[in-house]
Design a protein around this ligand. Structure first.
Ligand code: CP
Length: 310
């Protein structure tokens, strides 16, 4: 693969390979000598057309630890604001001869469109409701490290599934790796025909998380609910929020996850989010740096004349 546009299209062994590569970076990142230098001389452009804290910062840190020259395109002060089209922007970036481009965009498919027009690997950092592949990889790595495996686990992905690229990429990755995936959502936020993705849908949260090994909560994405019914925070917490009481229904040592940013008191209670024994939320962020180092290393191998997966 030249690019990483989604989990869709990756073979299970390729997902496992990226997780194994990332595992090695976790050890490096926990030490004091974090610089590796294998991307020395390469230029990495991060072009985020949508807001981000975790993904942008971790891609920047990952690139710097690997020795790349990292440039963040400041979209808010760029010529995008003067009406430059996405394709013209892509051709402009490409003309500066980057070696890897990381893109986030609010339109599904925009990253794939750019990938067709540029001469270097493109990594999807989230495109609309479509995919967020590095998030699914970091989530899979977090689960594998905490639970020792992914195959055979019951993972409940709960909340605003309809608008969630995180849910979509996680469903693809976790089913490929042999997990039993349930999706739990109110009827208005459940994608139609979701069973076709190999998951079991639940409209009732209590039943959906019953006995689950992992409870993965999603952010209620009000910014994507144009014209749709938007539940109030109190109503949502009561029926679909992860409260301490509700978590009792999940498996005894169920792992709590959330990709962030969280709406505390809406989809997740603070008690649960901050419970260091149950919640893996900060560990997910840590795994994000390792996963992004692995992806950038692997995807630039052909360019660096190194044998490998890409
Ligand atoms: N999980 C995630 O993508 O977070 P950011 O939007 O902060 O990057």
């Amino acid at each position: 693969h030249r690019h990483l546009l989604g989990i869709n299209g990756l073979q299970p062994w390729e997902i496992t390979y990226l997780l194994d590569e990332a595992e090695a970076w976790v050890t490096v990142n926990r030490g004091t000598a974090k610089h590796d230098g294998r991307l020395s001389g390469l230029t990495q452009i991060n072009a985020f057309f949508e807001n981000s804290t975790r993904t942008l910062l971790s891609f920047e840190i990952a690139g710097k630890r690997l020795g790349a020259d990292v440039v963040n395109m400041a979209v808010a002060s760029s010529s995008v604001k003067k009406g430059e089209t996405l394709l013209d922007t892509a051709l402009t970036l490409n003309a500066m001869r980057p070696d890897v481009i990381v893109i986030r965009h609010d339109a599904s498919g925009a990253v794939a469109l750019i990938a067709e027009k540029v001469d270097c690997p493109v990594l999807n950092a989230g495109d609309g409701r479509h995919e967020h592949p590095t998030q699914a990889l970091l989530d899979a790595l977090t689960i594998r490290r905490r639970k020792g495996r992914i195959e055979g686990l019951t993972v409940a992905i709960c909340g605003d599934v309809l608008h969630s690229r995180v849910a979509r990429s996680n469903i693809l990755a976790l089913t490929a790796l042999g997990a039993n995936v349930r999706v739990v959502a109110p009827p208005t936020l459940m994608p139609p025909a979701i069973e076709a993705m190999g998951v079991t849908p639940f409209l009732d949260m209590d039943r959906g998380i019953e006995g689950a090994d992992v409870v993965m909560m999603l952010r209620l994405q009000r910014e994507r609910m144009t014209g749709a019914y938007v539940p109030s925070s109190r109503e949502y917490l009561a029926f679909y929020g992860l409260t301490r009481e509700r978590l009792e229904r999940a498996g005894k040592n169920a792992l709590v996850m959330h990709p962030g940013p969280m709406n505390r008191g809406v989809e997740i209670e603070s008690h649960v989010a901050d419970d260091i024994h149950r919640s893996a939320i900060t560990e997910q962020v840590e795994m994000g740096v390792a996963v992004r180092m692995a992806c950038m290393d692997v995807l630039t191998r052909a360019r660096r004349g190194v044998e490998g997966w890409a």
